[in-house]
Design a protein around this ligand. Structure first.
Ligand SMILES: [Zn+2]
Length: 311
């Protein structure tokens, strides 16, 4: 039993305009950090392309067709003021979803204890019918639907600690009562959604908005007071983590001033809950994180925690 690292090398060919924070160098920094000998015990696999049928778990066919049709043969094309596509973007997006599905398959088959998917573009802002916030397809939400519809699970939790609200995951899972979606995020901040009053069709969404500059102590209290009891009551059979590291105090896009140790703490806490509730089954996928050094250090800490359970 090990920790599986799924790498999406197609993410290195997904180009954005010069100066865009969601840049190829992010994934290079993550791959470099995880090439340290400290990570030699990881089982490594290259993310496969997902099929277009896989995308239909989270998006309607006309949306998938529209995104595919928008992919440029050269240069860049904008799908949204923040979200751009290059000739490498389609494969990068499909391998992001495919990597998450591979990770779910490995963890549910018992081949791996837990898994981390090192990928870009991120996924949690992609709504059912709208690319936005650097995202095309809902990696984490599709992974949850895959575990439910194809592996026969009854309850899957998705926990999103990216500093931005996971509006796309919320949109895709809004009326999916077999899921519990928990999102902590800075508010106010992009995309503007994620108030505590947004609860889902069957009270299956728990938003934990945090004020700017609130810091790690307030985050920990919110999880202990609200998220962990909800997760225990839900009794998930699998926990999927939308792991964004842009709440870090060095991140240029937000102001939650968490430390690397805060990310280690939430990772350990979710792993403890997974040990208690679902045999330790955790699939984590990379979302945001825009300071390259903070991203590399925080991912290394996150994956180290995963490996301590997968040993
Ligand atoms: Zn983010």
């Amino acid at each position: 039993m090990t920790t599986l690292l799924v790498e999406n090398h197609a993410g290195l060919s997904h180009q954005m305009p010069p100066g865009h924070p969601e840049q190829i160098a992010r994934l290079e920094a993550v791959f470099s950090a995880l090439s340290d000998p400290a990570f030699d015990a990881l089982t490594r696999a290259e993310a496969p392309l997902c099929t277009e049928d896989d995308l239909l778990l989270g998006h309607p066919a006309d949306y998938v067709a529209a995104v595919k049709a928008a992919m440029p043969e050269s240069g860049l094309k904008s799908l949204d003021p923040d979200t751009h596509a290059s000739p490498g973007s389609w494969d990068a997006a499909l391998k992001g979803v495919g990597g998450c599905l591979m990770a779910v398959d490995a963890v549910l088959s018992g081949a791996a204890t837990n898994a981390f998917v090192a990928t870009r573009p991120p996924g949690h802002h992609a709504e059912k019918t709208r690319a936005m916030g650097f995202c095309f397809f809902g990696n984490a939400a599709i992974a949850a639907k895959h575990a439910l519809d194809r592996h026969g699970l009854s309850r899957v939790a998705v926990v999103d600690f990216d500093v931005h609200h996971g509006n796309g995951t919320q949109d895709i899972l809004w009326d999916e009562g077999r899921t519990l979606f928990v999102s902590s995020h800075q508010m106010p901040l992009y995309p503007g959604s994620g108030s505590a009053g947004e609860r889902g069709a069957s009270n299956n969404i728990l938003n934990l908005p945090l004020p700017p500059n609130s810091g790690g102590a307030e985050m920990r209290a919110a999880y202990e007071r609200r998220a962990f009891p909800a997760l225990r009551a839900f009794e998930p059979e699998l926990i999927i983590i939308s792991a964004g590291f842009d709440a870090h105090h060095d991140d240029p896009l937000a102001n939650l001033v968490w430390t690397t140790e805060d990310f280690n703490w939430i990772t350990r806490a979710l792993l403890d809950l997974a040990d208690e509730l679902c045999g330790g089954r955790v699939v984590s996928t990379l979302e945001g994180g825009y300071d390259l050094t903070a991203l590399a250090t925080s991912v290394a800490g996150h994956v180290t925690e995963l490996m301590e359970r997968g040993a």
